[in-house]
Design a binder for this molecule. Sequence first.
Ligand SMILES: *Cc1c(COP(=O)(O)O)cnc(C)c1O
Length: 387
Amino acid sequence: MIPYGKQDINQADIDAVLEVLKSDFLTQGPMVPRFEQSIAQHVGANYALAVNSATSALHIACLALGLGEGDWLWTTPVTFVASANCGLYCGAKVDFVDIDPQTYNLCPVALKKKLEQAKQEDRLPKVVVAVHLCGQPCNMEAIGTLAKEYGFKVIEDASHAIGGKYQDEFIGNCRYSDITVFSFHPVKIVTTAEGGMAVTNDARLAEKMNLLRSHGITRDPALMTHEPDGPWYYQQVDLGFNYRMTELQAALGVSQMQRLDAFVARRHELAERYNHLLADLPVVLPWQHPDSYSGLHLYVIRLKLDCISRTHRKVFESLRAQGIGVNLHYIPVHTQPYYELMGFKPESFPQSMAYYWEAISLPMFQGLTDDQQDEVVSALRNALAGE
Ligand SMILES: *Cc1c(COP(=O)(O)O)cnc(C)c1O
């Protein structure tokens, strides 16, 4: 089976992890700050906080932004459930904004419309999570403008987007957002096995997230309620969690970061090959915004169902049967049973549903060979032709 995504581990990665295993610190040593620095530097943000997953990063980002009971978090239905769940963790309510049918990202026009209505009903969101689906950046300039106008905070869920650019700047510099979050799950662009990062330019948000990732405990006298009792002293000044990243993970991350640009470049080569090889097929190819450089975590096609005699499901099943590990990103979150119970109807977000019934993620990862890619394309031809 050719998977849809796969990590790229080389000898340098292995050596880096082994080195940590032989060192004094398996956690809370020098590698985590080094990894944070490498990310902050690469994306152009002032502060980076490594955590054990992007889900944890989203949670502490929401808390740092003051999200709580009675507040609303809005995001796109076409994302992994974590982009929405982080609001529920904080006791907030979650709502969605439909996608733009061209970019598959949260639609700024739909957002504006919903904001106008919410303003009248006095239920404006406190936080909007903008997800850069497949690595293609959202229209952050428009979202940033709306954030100022309507007074909400913005988190970029850039789990798919490290190494990508928006308006010629790396995603993660938080020019139009308060906090950006990255994931290092093995299917993502760079990996630490499990792992995530929150980056920000705001010192107070960074300090708050730093506390929250480790029990709300500080050793910094400036953050304590009184002078330390002695050299052993620490204080718990907030209710935090154990969301820390290990040294093993951070060492892997530092090593992977050296190849980030090469990873994304290879993904672009593969995308161009797909674009060329699939040009004559009854599928919609991923649209790329001219003002962006996608991280290309995913390569999603949409079937032109009017032009083929097979169903979406049959095409998908045929690809799997031919050994192609295609996937579907994502089942719209509002249709999940847990969210259905909150009263969402599938038809509440028609663009997201239309996408769901046509989308297929083809294999896309740095280690995919041209030969394997040809195999994927020929399997897709068969699947569409009904063989
Ligand atoms: C993978 C992913 C997450 C969660 O990442 P973890 O590191 O596995 O917690 C969140 N949002 C999106 C869009 C993702 O793809």
